[in-house]
Design a protein around this ligand. Sequence first.
Ligand code: GDP
Ligand code: MG
Length: 222
Amino acid sequence: MKGARHNVPCEMQSSQPIDVSPRVVMAGASGSGKTSLISQYINQDFSPSVMSSVGIDFRCKTLLLTSGKRAKAQLWDTAGQERFRVIAANYWRGADGIVYVFDMADMQGFLQVERWAEEATKSAKPGTTGVLLGNKSDLGYRRTVTREQAEQLASRLGLRYFEVSAKIGLNVSEAFRDAIEQAANFKIMRETQEAQLRQEQQRKVPVGEEGEKEAAGCCAVM
Ligand code: GDP
Ligand code: MG
C-alpha cells in the first residue's frame, strides 16, 4: 500500500528551476476519495483500502503550465480529522487553491461541501481559487447527486466542476491540472502585487535625507 510518506520528497523530484510552488489543499467528507484521488494523480495507483495517515501530509507534482512556467505543486491531504470538521485555520490560510471532493453516491457528503467552503473562506487568503470534484463516477448506477445539482453548487461557489473517478483514473489529471493552474496563477498574481506594494512602501518611507528628497520630489504640492 502506498502512503503519502513513501512518496519521493518534493526537493528531489526536479533538477530544473521551478517558477512557482502553489499549494493546493483537499477538502470534503471522510470517504469521498480525497486520498485516493491524490494517489491516482501522483502514482496512477488505486487501492481499495487506503491507509489513513497520521497528521496532515502532502505530495508534490512538477508540471509545465500553459503559461510556459514550471510549477511544483504541493497537494495537501487531510488525515481523518475531516470526520470531526476540525481542520486548523492555517491549513486553509496556506492554500492557493482548494479541491472540494464529494462522493456522487453520498448526498450527505455533497450537502457538506457548502459548509466546507464557508469554513475555508473564513481563513483562506481572499481570492483563493478552487475546483469541485464529483468522485466515484465509475459507480454511476449508485449515483444520488445529479450533475445538475453539482453544477449549480459549483457555480454558486465560483468553482469549476469535474466528474472524476480515482478508481479508473477518469478526468483526474485534468481536474488537478486545472486546480494547479488556477492556484499557480493566483500565487503569481499575489506575489507580484506584494512585490509592487513593497516597492511603493519603500519609495514612500523617507529614509534619511535621500528619502526625504524623493518624497518631496514626488509628492510636494507647489
Ligand atoms: P478520503 O477519506 O476522502 O481520503 O477517502 P479515501 O481516498 O480514503 O476513499 C474512501 C473509500 O472510497 C476507499 O475505500 C476508496 O477505495 C474508495 N474510493 C475512492 N475513490 C473511489 C472511486 O473513484 N471509485 C470507487 N469505486 N471507490 C473509490
Ligand atoms: Mg483520506
